[in-house]
Design a binder for this molecule. Structure first.
Ligand code: HEC
Length: 123
C-alpha cells in the first residue's frame, strides 16, 4: 500500500512540474520579448508611441514614413539621434518634436536604428 503510493508519487510530481512549466511559458509569451526588437521596447518605454505609430500619422509622422524619407541617406542615423535628443520642428510640419535629454545614447541609437529599419514588430 505505502509501496504503491510511493511509486505513484514521482509521476504525479512530474505531471505537476510539467503543467506549471507550460503555464509559465504561456503567461510569459507576450512579455517574453525574445523577438521584440530593442528599439520597440525603448519606444514603448519612452512614450514615443503617444505621438508616433508604426504605420499611420499621429501627432508626429509614422515610423514607416520616417524610414522611407531617410532611405539611402548616410547621415540619417546622426541626424535622427540628434533630433530625438534635442527635439525640433520644421521637417514634417510646424508641430515640434520634444527633446529627450535623459535618454541614454544606447537607447536613442537603438530606437533610431529600429525606426530606420522600418519599425518591424519582431526581429
Ligand atoms: C509630443 C509628441 C512627440 C513625442 C512624445 C515624440 N515625438 Fe517624435 N516627432 C514628433 C513630431 C511632431 C515630429 C515632426 C518634427 C518635425 O517636423 O521636424 C517628430 C519627428 C520624429 C522623427 C523624425 C525627425 C526628423 O527630423 O525627420 C523621429 C525619428 C522621431 N520623431 C522619433 C521619436 C522617438 C524615438 C520618440 C520617443 C523617444 C519620439 N519621437 C517622441 C512628435 C513627438
Amino acid at each position: 500500500m505505502t509501496d504503491r503510493l510511493m511509486r505513484g508519487r514521482p509521476a504525479v510530481i512530474a505531471a505537476c512540474v510539467g503543467v506549471s512549466v507550460a503555464g509559465a511559458l504561456l503567461v510569459a509569451r507576450p512579455a517574453l520579448a525574445a523577438d521584440t526588437p530593442r528599439g520597440l521596447t525603448v519606444a514603448r518605454g519612452n512614450a514615443c508611441m503617444g505621438c508616433h505609430a508604426v504605420d499611420r500619422k499621429l501627432v508626429g509622422p509614422s515610423f514607416q514614413q520616417i524610414a522611407n524619407r531617410y532611405k539611402g541617406d548616410p547621415l540619417a542615423t546622426t541626424k535622427l539621434v540628434k533630433k530625438v535628443k534635442d527635439g525640433g520642428s520644421g521637417v514634417w510640419g510646424a508641430i515640434p518634436m520634444p527633446s529627450h535629454p535623459s535618454m541614454s545614447d544606447a537607447d536613442v541609437r537603438a530606437v533610431v536604428g529600429w525606426v530606420l529599419a522600418g519599425a518591424p514588430s519582431s526581429k
